[in-house]
Design a binder for this molecule. Structure first.
Ligand SMILES: Cc1ncc(COP(=O)(O)O)c(C=O)c1O
Length: 410
C-alpha cells in the first residue's frame, strides 16, 4: 500500500465515526458515512429551516447541488453530464431500463442466478407481463471471466432483447466481464441493463468504454452516501427510444391544458419523476466528490487487497470454506465464506454480539459476507478471523446466538 494512499485510508477511517465503535464491514448493504457527508446534509437541513426551502438562496443552492451531482457522477461513471438522471435508488434505475425496452411474447430476457431481487424480479416481471422467455445463466463462485463469457455466449441469441445483470454480484462478490458481455449482447441486438448496486463507489466505471446501454447505481452502499438516491446512466443514443416508466411534466417537451402534448425525446431528465430530498442530494454529492478525491483505482486496489488478506487469514482456518470470487479478474471487496454446518445468520449475530462486527449473511449463497472498504483494516479482519476460528473449532456459535435472522440478513 503506497504511503499516500495509506494516509488517505487513515483519514477516511478517522473521519468515519462508526469505525470507532464497530468493525463496520457492511458497505455492500449500506456504507458508513463520513463526518463530511453528514455535515453536508445538516447544512442543507439547517438552511431550509432558517430561510425556508423555496427562497431564492435555497433554490439556487438546490440547483447548484443538483448540477454538481450530475457533473461529479458523470465523471465517476465515464459518462457525459446529459446522460445522467437522478433517481431514487438502483432498483428504480434498473426498472427504468427494463421497462423502457419494447418487449413482446417470445422475446428472450437473459439474466443470471446470482442476481439480487432488484434485477431478478424485473426480469421475471417481463415474463409475467409480456410472455418473454427468461434464460438464467448459471454462475458458480469459482468461475473465471472466460467461463462466464462462454455461458453468456450460449445464452444470448437473436431472440434476446434484454440482458439484465449485476457487474458485481451481491451473492458471490464476483466481478463479471461486463465489456465482453455487452459486446456479445449488442452483436445480437440486445439491450444491456446493469444493476450497479455493488459497483458505484467500489469499482472504476467507464460507461462509454463498456458500451453499456443503462447502468444504475445507489448513493448509500459503497459510495457511503445517504439512503434515498440513485444515479442512472443512459447511453446518449438510447435515451430517445427508451420509454420512461413513470412520467410527469419532466417527461414533456411541451404541453397545454387543451389537449396539446409533446413528449421529450433525447433528454435524460424525462426519467426523473418529481421532487427529491435536497439534503440527500447534498450528502450524495459530498460522497461522490470524496470518492473521486480518494481515486477509484486506488479504492479498487485497496478493497481487493483486504479481500486477499481475508482469503489468506480466514481461508486458512480449518473448517472454513471460501465462497466468493477468487480469481484476479473476479475478486472484489465483497468477501464471502461459510463454516459448513453453521447457519451464516447465526455467525453474523455472533460476530456483532461478541466483537461489534457488522456484516451480513446471504442466504442465497449460504455464506457470511464481509464488505471490505477503505476505512477497514487488516486488524479488523484479524478480529473476525479469531472468532471464526472458534466457531469452526466448536462447530457452532454459542447457544444465545442461535436465533432467527434479523432484518439485515437473508
Ligand atoms: C445487487 C443489488 N441490486 C439491488 C440492490 C438494491 O439496491 P437499491 O436499494 O439501491 O435499490 C442491492 C442491495 O442490496 C443489491 O445488492
Amino acid at each position: 500500500m503506497a504511503t499516500d494512499h495509506a494516509a488517505r485510508w487513515a483519514w477516511m477511517r478517522e473521519h468515519t465515526p462508526a469505525t470507532k465503535r464497530y468493525v463496520y464491514l457492511n458497505a455492500g448493504f449500506c456504507g458508513a458515512r463520513t463526518i463530511e457527508v453528514s455535515d453536508a446534509m445538516k447544512r442543507r437541513i439547517d438552511l431550509e429551516m432558517e430561510i425556508g426551502p423555496t427562497t431564492k438562496e435555497s433554490m439556487d443552492d438546490r440547483a447548484d447541488l443538483t448540477k454538481r451531482l450530475r457533473i461529479a457522477t458523470a465523471q465517476m461513471m465515464g459518462a457525459d453530464v446529459d446522460e445522467i438522471a437522478i433517481t431514487g435508488n438502483t432498483t428504480e434505475g434498473v426498472n427504468i431500463g427494463v421497462n423502457g425496452v419494447a418487449l413482446q411474447a417470445g422475446d428472450r430476457v437473459v439474466t443470471t442466478n446470482i442476481e439480487h431481487g432488484g434485477g431478478m424480479i424485473p426480469a421475471y416481471w417481463t415474463r409475467r407481463k409480456y410472455g418473454t422467455e427468461v434464460t438464467i445463466v448459471p454462475i458458480e463462485h469459482g468461475n473465471g471471466s472466460g467461463e462466464m463469457v462462454e455461458r453468456f455466449d450460449q445464452a444470448i441469441d437473436d431472440k434476446t432483447k434484454l440482458v439484465i445483470l449485476s457487474e458485481i454480484s451481491y451473492a458471490t462478490g464476483q466481478t463479471l466481464p461486463l465489456a465482453e458481455i455487452v459486446r456479445l449482447a449488442h452483436a445480437r441486438g440486445a439491450t444491456v441493463v446493469v444493476d450497479g448496486a455493488q459497483t458505484g463507489g467500489h469499482i472504476p466505471i467507464d460507461a462509454h468504454a463498456l458500451g453499456v446501454d443503462v447502468y444504475a447505481i445507489p448513493a448509500h452502499k459503497w459510495l457511503c452516501g445517504p439512503e434515498g438516491l440513485g444515479m442512472l446512466y443512459v447511453r446518449r443514443d438510447r435515451i430517445a427510444d427508451l420509454d420512461p416508466v413513470k412520467v410527469s411534466g419532466r417527461a414533456a417537451a411541451s404541453y397545454d391544458f387543451a389537449g396539446h402534448f409533446e413528449a421529450k425525446q433525447g433528454d435524460v431528465t424525462k426519467f426523473e419523476v418529481s421532487t427529491n430530498s435536497t439534503p440527500v442530494v447534498a450528502g450524495t454529492l459530498q460522497a461522490v466528490e470524496q470518492y473521486l478525491e480518494s481515486g477509484p483505482d486506488a479504492v479498487w486496489d485497496r478493497v481487493r487487497e483486504l479481500t486477499h488478506y481475508g482469503e489468506d487469514r480466514i481461508g486458512g482456518i480449518a473448517g472454513v470454506e471460501l465462497t466468493g470470487g477468487r480469481t484476479d479478474s473476479t475478486r472484489s471487496g465483497l468477501f464471502f465464506f461459510s463454516v459448513p454446518g453453521v447457519d451464516p445468520a447465526f455467525i453474523t449475530g455472533y460476530l456483532q454480539g461478541e466483537a461489534h462486527v457488522v456484516c451480513r449473511s446471504v442466504k442465497q449463497a449460504g455464506s457470511v459476507r464481509l464488505s471490505m472498504h477503505v476505512y477497514n483494516t487488516e486488524a479488523e479482519v484479524e478480529t473476525v478471523a479469531e472468532l471464526i476460528a472458534k466457531v469452526a473449532k466448536d462447530g457452532n456459535v454459542p447457544e444465545q446466538y442461535r436465533v432467527a435472522a434479523g432484518p439485515v440478513e437473508g
